[in-house]
Write a protein that binds this ligand. Structure first.
Ligand SMILES: Cc1ncc(COP(=O)(O)O)c(C=O)c1O
Length: 458
C-alpha cells in the first residue's frame, strides 16, 4: 500500500460516515478502498482486481469505463453545467430526455420528473399521490402499501415504505401511513404441498385482506419492484403478478412500479414490467438510466394525474415541489448518451444472449450443500442458503452464512451481495460469456470455502 492509500484510508476511517454499513466494523477495519475500474472489474488500493457481481449497487449497466459517457458529461459541463428547471425554465437536454423516456416507459406515460436518486423519485411519487388526491377531493387516501423486504429508498417516506427492519428500528419508522404486505418468497414460506400458484393466490388474498382492514378508500397506492432487489434478488412466483394485479384493479388502487433496478435490461427486457406483464399507473427508474455515471432518476405518470396537479397549481399559483438539481443538464446529457448506447449495442439483446449461460451456471450451483434454491431471469439471480433444504430449516442467523459467502467471494475476486442468507448476483449488463465463467467459478469457490466452515457446525 502506498503512502497516499494509507492516508486516505485513515481519513476515511476518521471522517467518512458510510451508508448501510457496520459502523463498528468500519472503525476497526476501515474501508475497502476502490481506486479505479474497467469493464466489469474494479481495483482496490492493494492492486487487487475484483469482478463486480453486483454492478456497484445494481447500477453499473455498462461497466466502469465508457468514454462516450465521460465525453457527454464533459461536453455538457462545457456548454451549460447547470440550469434550474424551477420557474418554468428549461434546457434542451432535459426536454429531450423527458420526451424520450415517456415514449420508452411501460404504460401510457406522458410526463416525467427528473431528479437525482431512486429515493427522490419514489418520495416525490408519494407526495404527488397525496397532492393529487387532495385535488380529487379525497385527502383521506394517504396510505401507501409496500412489501415486507421491499426496498424503495431512504428518505423518511421511502424508508417507511421499504419493508426492511433495519431501516425502521431505532429510526421510529415506519410512519403510520405506510403498510406492508407479504414477501412472496415461495421457497421459504410456502406451506407443505402448496403449489406456486396456490401460494401466489394466498399472497394476493393477504394483500386484499390488508386493503379491506385499512379501508380501500384510504389507500393511495401500492408500490412494488417487479422482482425484489434490495430484499435479495427474489423473482415473483408463478401467477403472483396476475393475482396481485387483479386485486389492484378490483380496488382501483394506483400501482407504482419501481423499475429502479429492473429498468433498462436487467431482466432481459427493457423493463421488468415487460418481463412480468405489469400495467403500471406510475413508474420510477434510476441507476442504469445514466449507467450510474451521474445521479439521475425519473418519475413518470399519465396526463390524468398531471391534470390533478394542474388543479392544485392553479389554486396555489405554483406546483410547490422541487429540488435544485431536478433535471440537471449533465445528468440529462449522460442519460441520453446511455440510452443511445443501449440502442446501438442492443443491450437488451446482449443480456438475452448471455443470460442463458449465466442462468445455467447459476442453476448448477443448486446442487451445492449450502444452496437450497436458485432463481433468476436475465442477469439477475437470487440464491437461498439453507441449513436443511428438505425441511427448509434456516441457518442460525448468528452464523452469518450469507456474509461468509460474500466475504469468501471477495477474497476470490468477486463482489456478491448477501442479504441475510440470500445471495444476490447481478453483474454489469455488458458482461460476456468468459467473464460469466470466471464469476461463477469464483462464486462456487466461495460456497465451498463457506461450506468448509459451516459443515463442522451442523
Ligand atoms: C428498487 C429500488 N428502488 C429505489 C431505490 C433507491 O434508490 P437510491 O439509492 O438511488 O435512492 C433502490 C436502491 O437500491 C432500489 O433498489
Amino acid at each position: 500500500m502506498n503512502v497516499d492509500a494509507t492516508h486516505t484510508i485513515a481519513l476515511d476511517k476518521a471522517h467518512h460516515v458510510h451508508p448501510q454499513s457496520n459502523l463498528r466494523q468500519h472503525a476497526e477495519n476501515g474501508p475497502t478502498m476502490i481506486t479505479h475500474g474497467k469493464g466489469v472489474y474494479v481495483y482496490d488500493d492493494q492492486g487487487n482486481e475484483i469482478m463486480d457481481g453486483f454492478s456497484g449497487l445494481g447500477c453499473m449497466s455498462l461497466g466502469y469505463h465508457n468514454e462516450r459517457l465521460a465525453n457527454a458529461a464533459v461536453r455538457q459541463m462545457n456548454t451549460l453545467p447547470f440550469a434550474p428547471t424551477f420557474y418554468n425554465r428549461s434546457h434542451p437536454r432535459v426536454a429531450e430526455l423527458c420526451g424520450r423516456l415517456t415514449k420508452l416507459a411501460p404504460g401510457d406515460m406522458t410526463r416525467a420528473l427528473i431528479q437525482c436518486s431512486g429515493s427522490e423519485a419514489n418520495d416525490t411519487a408519494i407526495k404527488l399521490l397525496w397532492y393529487t388526491n387532495t385535488a380529487k377531493g379525497q385527502p383521506e387516501r394517504r396510505k401507501v402499501i409496500g412489501r415486507i423486504r421491499g426496498y424503495h429508498g431512504n428518505t423518511v417516506a421511502t424508508a417507511s415504505l421499504s419493508g426492511q427492519p433495519h431501516m425502521h428500528a431505532k429510526f421510529g419508522l415506519p410512519l403510520p401511513e405506510f403498510k406492508h404486505t407479504e414477501l412472496p418468497n415461495y421457497y421459504r414460506f410456502h406451506i407443505d404441498g402448496e403449489t406456486e400458484e396456490e401460494f401466489s393466490a394466498r399472497m394476493a388474498k393477504s394483500f386484499e385482506d390488508l386493503i379491506l382492514a385499512e379501508g380501500p378508500d384510504t389507500i393511495a397506492a401500492f408500490f412494488a419492484e417487479p422482482a425484489i432487489s434490495g430484499g435479495g434478488a427474489l423473482m415473483p412466483p408463478k401467477g403472483y403478478w396476475e393475482e396481485m394485479q387483479a386485486v389492484i384493479r378490483k380496488y382501483n388502487i394506483t400501482f407504482l412500479v419501481d423499475e429502479v433496478v429492473t429498468g433498462f435490461g436487467r431482466t432481459g427486457n427493457r423493463w421488468g414490467s415487460e418481463t412480468w406483464n405489469l400495467k403500471p399507473d406510475m413508474v420510477t427508474c434510476a441507476k442504469a438510466l445514466s449507467a450510474a455515471f451521474f445521479p439521475v432518476s425519473a418519475l413518470m405518470f399519465r396526463d390524468d394525474f398531471y391534470a390533478d396537479m394542474m388543479k392544485n397549481s392553479d389554486e396555489m399559483g405554483t406546483f410547490g415541489h422541487g429540488y435544485t438539481y431536478a433535471g440537471h443538464p449533465v445528468g440529462a446529457a449522460v442519460s441520453l448518451e446511455a440510452l443511445d448506447i443501449y440502442d446501438e449495442i442492443d443491450l437488451v439483446g446482449h443480456v438475452r444472449k448471455v443470460s442463458k449461460g449465466f442462468l445455467e451456471k447459476c442453476y448448477a450451483m443448486q446442487d451445492h450443500p449450502l444452496v437450497a434454491e436458485v432463481r433468476g431471469v436475465g442477469l439477475f439471480c437470487g440464491f437461498e442458503l439453507m441449513k436443511d433444504v428438505k425441511t427448509r430449516e434456516p441457518f442460525d442467523p448468528s452464523w452469518k452464512v450469507g456474509e461468509l459467502v460474500q466475504n469468501f467471494a471477495h477474497d476470490r475476486g468477486l463482489y456478491l451481495r448477501a442479504i441475510g442468507d440470500r445471495m444476490s448476483f447481478m453483474p454489469p449488463l455488458i458482461i460476456n460469456d468468459d467473464e460469466i465463467e470466471i464469476a461463477t467459478e469464483r462464486f462456487k469457490g466461495a460456497l465451498d470455502d463457506a461450506w468448509a466452515v459451516v459443515r463442522g457446525k451442523i
